[in-house]
Design a protein. Structure first.
Length: 34
């Protein structure tokens, strides 16, 4: 059961990393346009 928690928390971490990555890209894109 512990393995599942580790896997799901790992996936959540990756999703957060990807989300922040896209937020940074969007921020720079908006900055370029404005």
């Amino acid at each position: 059961m512990q393995g599942w928690i580790q896997i799901s928390s790992k996936i959540a971490e990756n999703m957060i990393d990807e989300y922040l990555y896209w937020m940074v890209i969007c921020f720079f894109c908006i900055k370029e346009i404005v």
